[in-house]
Design a protein around this ligand. Structure first.
Ligand SMILES: Cc1ncc(COP(=O)(O)O)c(C=O)c1O
Length: 359
């Protein structure tokens, strides 16, 4: 029996999508084989791949100025290939520090270029707000500005994309497809697939074509965005199954009502959970209101001695993966697109009951 899965990633996938995939797992159409056994150069797979891309372009209204790449290596590889490609001349880039993932991106880029942390909300290793874009002290000689709009571990978000005079690059791993987005605000958006896109193993990059042309031609092809783009993301064997499944998720998003529908649902889910947490003396969320994530909601119990019991009992009630990241402790509910409002109600019912018995 499937349960409510609050995992931060790999994360919940719609049961409807899973069942569809199950139905065609052994043989795709009348091809005589499964999608996993098919050449990525075959006409059948090509159609699956192209359709996934065009559905994503549709969902996000990606303009012609931008291209979509289906890559591997996770968001973590992007932490390295972005500075390698886009700061190869200046060796300078600006980064905003708002949580664990932006910190990691800074650490990786710093091995390659001079990183300037132009704004930070780090406070003794913790983050309960994000630096407002008005406070970003952008350098005149940096090649780009990088930030993480949704810090998955701390549940800290920068909700509105800043309009700046430089190429803007965003790690959207845990927030992409949660609501509509103006892609033209960004020179590059990237995301590991394993939250709102599909299974792990696929990494999406949406890159402004004129920016991509400036990548570093002294790098091996596999590290160059323009080379992936020129080969339709088939420079080498792509993660065919993950790409196919992402395509299924994109169709499910379209069928459900697109990103406007998910915006409404996601805000409702988040508001419902935050309202309950705020109304209780037993649970709390430390993030300042304007920076609260709609995807990842951490919360702590008034007595951390009860954490273990909370996790054991919640799991027994069919509420899985609520343990907060080891670096922050407490709990975290990741409530991506495929988590319905019923899952939030089930969580709140359990939290109320737990408080009554232990508060
Ligand atoms: C915001 C963010 N950036 C980067 C990563 C790292 O992604 P990957 O494991 O795909 O390299 C994660 C993973 O959870 C994330 O949430």
């Amino acid at each position: 029996m499937r349960k409510w899965n609050f995992c931060a990633g790999p994360a919940v996938i719609s049961e409807e999508v899973l069942k569809e995939v199950q139905n065609e797992l052994v043989e795709w159409g009348d091809s005589g084989m499964s999608i996993m056994e098919m050449s990525h150069r075959s006409s059948i797979y090509d159609q699956v791949a192209i359709e996934a891309k065009s559905d994503l372009v549709d969902i996000l209204s990606i303009p012609d100025t931008h291209d979509v790449l289906f890559l591997q290596g996770g968001a973590t590889q992007q932490f390295a290939t972005i500075p390698m490609n886009f700061a190869s001349d200046s060796k300078k880039a600006d980064y905003v520090l708002s949580g664990t993932w932006s910190k990691k991106s800074i650490a990786e880029a710093s091995k390659l270029i001079n990183v300037k942390t132009i704004a930070s909300s780090e406070n003794n290793g913790s983050y309960t707000k994000a630096p407002h874009p008005d406070s970003w002290n952008i350098s005149p000689d940096s090649s780009y500005v990088h930030y993480c709009p949704n810090e998955t571990i701390q549940g800290v978000s920068i909700h509105k994309a800043p309009i700046i005079d430089k190429p803007l690059i965003a790690d959207m791993s845990s927030v992409i497809l949660s609501e509509p987005l103006d892609v033209s605000d960004f020179s590059m958006i990237y995301a590991g697939a394993q939250k709102n896109i599909g299974p792990a193993g696929l990494t999406l990059a949406i890159i402004e074509k004129s920016f991509m042309e400036q990548d570093n031609n002294s790098l091996p092809n596999i590290l160059r965005y323009s080379q992936h783009a020129a080969s339709g993301s088939m420079l080498n064997t792509p993660p065919t199954f993950a790409w196919y499944m992402a395509g299924k998720v994109f169709k499910w998003i379209k069928k459900s009502g697109g990103l406007n529908y998910f915006r409404e649902q996601n805000h409702l889910k988040a508001k419902t959970l935050y309202n309950y947490i705020d109304s209780s003396d037993f649970y709390s969320n430390p993030v300042s209101e304007e920076n609260r994530s709609i995807m990842n909601i951490p919360f702590i119990l008034s007595d951390s001695e009860l954490d273990k019991l909370f996790l054991v009992e919640s799991e027994a009630c069919g509420l899985l993966n609520l343990k907060g990241h080891r670096s922050v402790g407490g709990m975290r509910a990741s409530i991506y697109n495929a988590m319905p409002i019923e899952g939030i109600h089930a969580l709140i019912d359990f939290m109320k009951d737990f408080e009554q018995r232990n508060g």
